[in-house]
Design a protein around this ligand. Structure first.
Ligand code: 16G
Ligand code: ZN
Length: 530
């Protein structure tokens, strides 16, 4: 009974380049923009099927995040604002790689396997970043949605986390917020204003922050929001996209990987600075000290700051909720040690990729997750959230009720659907203000072990297989033994290799007692990979 004739006609306008095969990777499809038209069209089709199957609104985001401006990509957002379900990632790959004459039968197969009712209404939300190719590519997504008679709302330019937020709001009947940009700005700024009211005026009174927006969407959206924010926080935007190319020598990924400041942002000693990535779902902080040394404050230090604050808040509210921190193998060894040994918080290590961290964090009342690269957020269980909101309203003890209100505002300031640079930035700024911490004092909570990341080009990265949250190579045989022997040569050392999920390379990570040793270990391990 299925009629995919309209699909066939439209498909002819979005032909797949011969021989091209792509994978729905860690963060969706990503490659050169000119190779993606058919993928966009087909993801429009798939979003309609997923929407019909879940009877919910599905999101489609057109972005390639921190990758070069010439690249682009697409990912689907599931009903509660989460990453697409893994079995549907497989359908996405299958559909994207189908030959022209197979598209209709692949669609029919998905419908049959997933019991999709084609009479069900479909609704899709679309967002895109500022890449020159994004507008046309999002139009191809719309063509796909229309070919299957789905309804859509095109938000146009959005940060990735804003799209996740919209999808979640829509599918929870407004309980999470209003599915508009205004709703997003109002929710966050209201929570921020309430929180910052409680900060004493001592310390860094002007609260000046320099923000490198990677020449991307973050600049636009931060400017839109700025007038909603209180005067205590004065934001200075750099790399707003008016002069330079997206992600070029700037942005969170650049700063993290190169461990140096971005182009286009001048730093005076001890000034607090941060960088967003190209779609504003990652953030890292940094500063230079009086001696001119650059200090990076990465996702691990952000997770630590937020965890300290939440733990203290729990004590003030008088609640014993189960808190956990989720990291990946890239987490600095000293961050893990600090969280476990000093803070006594359980820490879990999972595979790289937001979906893995998010999933694990859902196991706690309060699950803090961050990748070292600056992607992360906090999840609150429904029960925990209800308890806090109840105490904020009805608590008998005045002090505890006020503490619960603060906690409630913290929850509202956090984008629980996915890591969000704007939201994370406001959370961090609020915590620093409330605790009266300078950027140096934050940095000094623990000292990072020197570390180095390298990438190695190999003939076939898939020969490397890993286990134990990517910390151990189980193939090719002998590789892990070699790494173990190299690691033994240094103090406080650790190293691992893993095939990248976004690039055709093998990534090497090493840390040790000194930068020289971390560099040497990374180099030696990369030689062992060949
Ligand atoms: C993607 C992931 C990011 C991960 C990175 C690793 C999402 C939204 N993004 O950007 O979390 O750190 O890939 O890349 O999941 P790699 O596999 O090339 O090292
Ligand atoms: Zn990103």
């Amino acid at each position: 009974e299925m009629d995919f004739e309209a699909v066939g006609k439209c498909s002819a306008l979005h032909l797949k380049p011969a021989g091209l095969s792509l994978q729905y990777g860690t963060a969706g499809f990503r490659t050169k923009a000119e190779q993606l038209d058919h993928v966009m069209y087909r993801m429009g089709l798939l979003a309609v099927l997923r929407s019909k199957q879940t009877k919910s609104t599905i999101g489609v985001m057109v972005t390639a995040s921190h990758n070069p401006e010439e690249d682009n990509g697409v990912k689907l957002v599931d009903p509660l604002g989460e990453m697409l379900n893994p079995s549907w990632e497989e359908y996405a790959t299958h559909l994207a790689n189908a030959e022209e004459h197979e598209v209709q039968s692949v669609l029919a197969e998905i419908c049959q396997k997933e019991a999709v009712n084609l009479h069900q209404q479909a609704s899709v939300f679309i967002g895109r970043d500022t890449r020159p190719s994004s507008e046309k590519l999002s139009q191809s997504v719309i063509d796909g949605i229309c070919a299957l008679q789905g309804q859509y709302h095109d938000y146009g330019l959005l940060t990735t986390p804003q799209l996740h937020y919209m999808v979640c709001c829509q599918n929870t009947q407004g309980r999470y917020g209003k599915a508009t940009l205004e709703g997003y700005y109002n929710k966050l700024s209201k929570a921020f204003v309430e929180l910052i009211k409680q900060a004493s005026n001592s310390g860094d009174s002007q609260r000046c922050l320099k923000v490198d927006c990677a020449n991307g969407i973050g600049a636009l959206k931060l400017k839109e929001m700025e007038h909603n924010l209180p005067q205590q926080l004065s934001i200075h935007i750099y790399n707003d996209g008016s002069k330079e190319k997206l992600n070029h020598l700037c942005g969170a990924d650049f700063v993290k990987v190169h461990q140096k400041p971005p182009l286009g942002l001048e730093m005076k000693p001890n000034e607090r600075c941060c960088s967003f990535d190209g779609d504003a779902d990652r953030i890292v902080y940094y500063y230079t000290d009086a001696a001119g040394h650059f200090h990076l404050i990465d996702g691990d230090k952000i997770a630590t700051l937020i965890s300290i604050f939440l733990k203290e808040s729990l004590v003030k509210v008088g609640q014993k909720l189960m808190m956990g921190v989720v990291q990946t193998a890239y987490a600095n060894g000293n961050s893990t040690r600090y969280l476990e040994e000093t803070m006594k918080v359980p820490v879990h290590c999972v595979k790289t990729g937001v979906k893995h961290l998010h999933h694990k964090a859902q196991e706690f009342d309060i699950g803090v997750y961050f990748e070292a690269n600056g992607h992360g957020t906090v999840l609150f269980s429904k029960a925990a959230e209800e308890k806090i909101r109840h105490l904020a309203k009805e608590g008998k003890d005045n002090q505890k009720r006020e503490a619960a209100k603060m906690f409630e505002n913290t929850i509202d300031l956090i984008n629980q659907t996915v890591g969000d640079a704007i939201s994370d930035m406001l959370v961090i700024e609020a915590i620093l203000a409330l605790k009266g911490l300078t950027v140096q004092e934050w940095d000094d909570i623990y000292t990072d072990l020197p570390n180095r990341q390298l990438k190695v080009k190999v003939a076939d990265r898939r020969v490397i297989d890993t286990a134990d949250a990517e910390r151990c190579a189980i193939s090719p045989p002998g590789l892990q033994e070699k790494i173990d022997d190299l690691v033994k040569k240094y103090r406080l050392s650790r190293a691992f290799v893993r095939p990248s999920g976004t690039e055709d390379v093998v990534r090497v990570y090493a840390e040790a007692d000194t930068q020289e040793n971390a560099d040497a270990l990374a180099h030696e391990v990369s030689l062992a990979v060949y």
